[in-house]
Design a binder for this molecule. Structure first.
Ligand code: SAH
Ligand code: SF4
Ligand code: F3S
Length: 524
């Protein structure tokens, strides 16, 4: 049974308050849940969704940076001759976490496979952002059940953002008891220990930390590809947009130190990578947690001097997009003038209840500032339709903003209530057919704008970072321009990994076709 101390700890954790837990060993001992039954009972009787109020009390716990990570010696060969597979859902942050877990597996002796039948261990690195993202994972668990029946030695794990939700953990315990381990976003570095426990223990291993998050440096990484790389510059989110689960699943905002980021980018440049994308849920809040004055603009100004052709970042929040950042981006060089700037809605009234902390007018002012400094900037965005109470007029304001800004592409979503977020307390009162119809109209407009932008490239010569053969045709190479336009073209395979000049011969809604004109000796 859980003792009183464990209960209090779990209760603090559930409410998103700082935890007392300091050392990893204590953590493990206390949170290594006694038995699944206790766990289920506990959550059935006392479960409360995370609340905005208590989560906002965050900030009391110091962020610790750990530089001394090593895999215990006894775990270094545990995977010899065995195969791992990680299925990743969600954003780039999750994709990059997968690279870290892959690195950990490989240091344990495992090799990767993409065939579920061949795998000795399968992890689902999950996303909680919308209901359909979660449904995909529960569907996949259903499929994996039969695999587990055929191969009882298979270790099945669930990690990522869904694991940070108590209701999900509870549901897995009750409905998918064949899962061997569940762990969250704050303790992926504990993977070797958890694998060991899952291998040798009988109970499901559940280790989800709700501490506000530390930073673990020098974790191994097995990166996908050797041309483009992701670099985390910060973790977590403190924005608490009312619809969004991320602040609860990823902990508080915490930035990696500039020198650690700069060193990683230098290292990637030395290894021959051509592009880095700096990652953060709220990437331009970088440095706000430092006790010295330093922001994303300052960091970018340092990265400008590194000999790597392209530096991108995602995702920035309009509220934190400051003049210093614009000034540095305008210097050009390896700073690309493509900015992904999620607006979510074109209506100030909707933005207010979303708690985005800007109005339509402020967003447009920011766009003006960016365009003045970078006349050729490409802007892309994220938009949610069908937020509670969104009227037809408010939705039309979104359409008019999309036109006014001239977004070249957008990720568009139907609002999905997330348990525990403030918006989920509002009635989800826009009928699904209206939501779908709005999404449709919005997508039609975005498609039109994208196609028009693409048409302007006809006959132009663009710089393409060649990533490899096109998905559908091995005769054709594919890569992206500085502005993130996908180009398919005929050219020599020796161009893979290079930045080459391509003349555009045909344009489509989302892609460009062309012919390589020369291998660029020099990169802008
Ligand atoms: N940190 C980023 C985005 C993270 S999530 C930012 O603030 O811009 C990616 C996108 O998912 C969001 O921009 C939003 O458009 C969408 N999204 C988040 N929560 C959602 C929800 N509950 N329903 C529908 N879409 C959502
Ligand atoms: Fe979610 Fe982005 Fe808002 Fe953070 S800033 S709460 S990640 S939508
Ligand atoms: Fe999804 Fe978590 Fe990313 S909820 S969008 S995987 S931060």
């Amino acid at each position: 049974m859980m003792n009183e101390q464990q209960r209090q700890e779990a209760s603090r954790i559930r409410q998103g308050e700082p935890s007392d837990i300091k050392s990893e060993t204590d953590n493990l001992e206390r949170l290594k849940q006694t038995s699944s039954d206790d766990f289920v009972k506990y959550f059935e009787t006392t479960y409360e969704p995370p609340s905005l109020k208590s989560a906002k009390k965050r900030g009391k716990e110091d962020v610790e940076i750990h530089y001394d990570y090593t895999i215990p010696e006894e775990m270094q060969n545990v995977g010899d001759g065995q195969k791992y597979m990680i299925r990743t859902y969600g954003c780039q942050m999750n994709e990059h976490d997968t690279e870290v877990m892959a690195g950990l597996f490989e240091e344990m002796g495992y090799t990767s496979t993409s065939d579920t039948k061949e795998a000795d261990i399968i992890l689902l690195n999950t996303c909680a952002i919308r209901e359909n993202a979660e449904n995909k994972v529960f569907g996949e668990l259903g499929h994996l059940k039969s695999l587990k029946r055929e191969n009882p030695d298979l270790i099945l794990g669930v990690c990522g953002c869904m694991s940070q939700e108590e209701s999900v953990v509870n549901r897995i315990l009750k409905k998918h008891p064949f899962v061997d381990m569940i762990f969250g976003t704050h303790n992926i570095h504990r993977l070797p220990h958890l694998v060991k426990e899952a291998m040798f223990g009988k109970e499901m291993v559940v280790e989800v930390w709700s501490k506000e998050g530390d930073i673990i440096e020098n974790l191994p990484r097995s990166r996908k590809g050797n041309i483009k790389a992701w670099v985390n510059i910060m973790y977590g989110c403190d924005k608490f947009c009312t619809y969004c689960i991320v602040p609860y699943t990823r902990g508080k905002e915490r930035s990696r130190l500039p020198e650690d980021v700069i060193q990683e980018v230098r290292h990637l440049a030395a290894q021959g990578y051509k592009e880095v994308t700096l990652l953060g849920q709220n990437v331009n809040a970088y440095g706000k947690d430092f006790d010295f004055d330093y922001g994303l603009g300052d960091l970018m100004d340092e990265l400008r001097k590194i000999d790597i052709p392209r530096v991108r970042f995602t995702t920035s929040h309009p509220r934190d997009f400051d003049d210093r950042l614009i000034e540095v981006l305008a210097k050009g060089g390896n700073m690309l003038d493509h900015i992904h700037l999620p607006v979510q809605s074109g209506s100030s009234a909707v933005l207010k209840i979303m708690a985005r902390k800007y109005t339509r007018e402020r967003y447009l002012e920011l766009v003006d500032k960016i365009r003045t400094a970078m006349p050729n900037a490409t802007l892309t965005t994220d938009i949610i339709v069908g937020f509670p109470n969104e009227t037809e007029e408010q939705f039309e304001e979104t359409l008019s903003l999309v036109e006014e800004v001239g977004f070249e592409s957008a990720y568009t979503f139907i609002y999905s209530p997330r348990e525990g977020t403030p918006a989920a307390k509002m009635q989800d009162n826009i009928p699904m057919d209206v939501k779908k119809e709005r999404l449709h109209r919005l997508n039609d407009l975005i498609n039109k704008q994208s196609a028009e932008t693409m048409e302007k490239y006809q006959g132009e010569v663009v710089n393409v970072l060649v990533e490899g053969e096109s998905k559908n045709n091995s005769e054709v190479l594919a890569g992206y321009t500085e502005r993130n336009k996908l180009v398919n073209f005929r050219g020599s395979k020796s161009a893979i990994g290079q930045i080459v000049k391509v003349k555009i011969t045909n344009t489509k809604t989302w892609t460009l076709d062309g012919e390589m004109v020369e291998e660029a000796a020099e990169v802008k």
